[in-house]
Design a protein around this ligand. Structure first.
Ligand code: MTE
Length: 304
C-alpha cells in the first residue's frame, strides 16, 4: 500500500516516495508549505451526497482475492494464496486498559452473544480503489460497553495477532509488527463502526481478517484492522501502524475525503473493483450525514 505504487493508479499520476520526500524537504525550507495548506476544510453536517448511487455488492470472488493483509504478503493476490496458515480457532480477544471489567473473550462466546446482522458497506482503500461489501457483524460500541470503560478512556487501540508461524509475512520487516490501529472512543461507539465475523453470510475468510475484524466505513480501509486479538482502552491517541511508517502520508483520522489528497496521488476519484471508469469519491465515503458531527469544527486538512 505504501511501498509500491497502488496498482489502480497510473504511474504518471503518482509521485515516487523519494521524490516526494525531497520535495517536502524543499517545501519546508522555502516555507511554501504554509501556502499549500491554507485552504481550510472544516467538517460540517453534510447533505447525503451521492447516497443514491448505484452500489451493487462486489462479487464474493473479488472481495476474497483482492486484499491487503501484509501479514501474508504485499501483493493483492497473496492473502488468498497464503492465509490458509491462519487458525481462526481457538481464538481469544482480550479487552483491557481503562475499563472496570477487563475480560478475555473466547471467539465462540462472542459470536453466540453478538449474532451477526448484515451491513452492506462501501469500502474505500487509501489506494483509490473501492468495493461494496456485505459484512456480517455487530456494533463495536455494544461490545465495548460490556467492559465498562472508565471516564479516562478516550481512545481504543486494536492489535492484530502476532505469530510469524501463522502469519509468514511477519518474518519480513515490511511493517512493524503487530499491526495496530486506533479510534477515538466516540468514533468507536458510533453505530456504523462494527466488528465483523461474517462475509456474504459465511464466517469471514482468513484473507479478510478471520475470525474477527473491524469495519469503519467512513474511513480509509487501513483503519479496519484484521484478525484482532486485543482492544485496549487508553487515555492517549494510539500510534497506528501506517502513521508510524509514514506520518506525512497516513494520519490518525484517515476519514475518506476527496478534498485532501494523499501526498503522492489524488483522492478525488476511485476505481470500484469490477468497473471500468473511475467514480467520484464521496466525503466520509458517503456516510457524512451520520458521522460528520463527530468532526464538527475540526480542520480536516490538519487532522487527516
Ligand atoms: N489489517 C492487518 N492486520 N494487516 C493489514 O495489512 N490492511 C488494511 C486493512 N486491515 C491490513 C489490515 C488495509 S490497507 C485495507 S484496505 C483493508 O484491511 C483491506 O481489507 P480487505 O482485504 O478485506 O478488503
Amino acid at each position: 500500500m505504501l511501498i509500491k505504487r497502488p496498482p489502480d493508479i497510473r504511474s504518471s499520476e503518482i509521485t515516487d516516495q523519494s521524490l516526494y520526500l525531497n520535495r517536502r524537504a524543499f517545501i519546508r525550507t522555502t516555507g511554501a508549505a504554509v501556502a499549500a495548506v491554507t485552504a481550510e476544510v472544516v467538517a460540517r453536517p453534510l447533505m447525503a451526497a451521492g447516497q443514491g448511487l448505484d452500489d451493487k455488492p462486489t462479487p464474493y470472488q473479488d472481495v476474497t482475492t483482492y486484499n491487503n493483509f501484509y501479514e501474508f504478503g504485499t501483493d493483492k493476490s497473496d492473502p488468498a494464496k497464503h492465509a490458509h496458515t491462519l487458525k481462526p480457532r481457538p481464538w481469544t480477544l482480550r479487552v483491557e486498559g481503562e475499563v472496570l471489567k477487563p475480560k478475555t473473550w473466547d471467539i465462540d462466546e462472542i459470536v453466540t452473544k453478538f449474532p451477526a446482522e448484515e451491513r452492506v458497506y462501501r469500502h474505500r482503500c487509501v489506494e483509490a480503489w473501492s468495493m461494496v461489501i456485505p459484512w456480517g457483524g455487530f456494533e463495536l460500541g455494544k461490545f465495548l460497553k460490556q467492559a465498562e470503560p472508565t471516564s479516562f478512556a478516550k481512545y481504543v487501540e486494536f492489535t492484530t495477532l502476532h505469530d510469524p508461524k501463522q502469519m509468514p509475512g511477519q518474518r519480513s520487516g515490511v511493517l512493524p509488527w503487530p499491526y495496530v490501529e486506533g479510534l477515538r472512543l466516540d468514533e468507536a461507539m458510533h453505530p456504523l463502526a462494527i466488528l465483523v465475523t461474517q462475509l456474504y453470510g459465511r464466517p469471514v475468510p482468513n484473507q479478510n481478517g478471520a475470525p474477527i475484524r473491524l469495519a469503519v466505513p467512513w474511513k480509509y480501509g487501513f483503519k479496519s484492522v484484521k484478525s484482532i486479538v486485543r482492544m485496549r482502552l487508553v487515555r492517549e491517541e494510539p500510534n497506528n501502524t501506517w502513521q508510524v511508517v509514514a506520518p506525512h502520508e497516513y494520519g490518525f483520522y484517515a476519514n475518506v475525503n476527496p478534498a485532501v489528497d494523499h501526498p503522492r496521488w489524488s483522492q478525488k476519484r476511485e476505481r470500484r473493483i469490477g468497473e471500468l471508469f473511475k467514480r467520484p469519491t464521496l466525503l466520509f465515503n458517503g456516510y457524512g450525514e451520520q458521522v460528520a458531527s463527530l468532526y464538527a469544527g475540526m480542520d480536516l486538512r490538519k487532522y487527516f
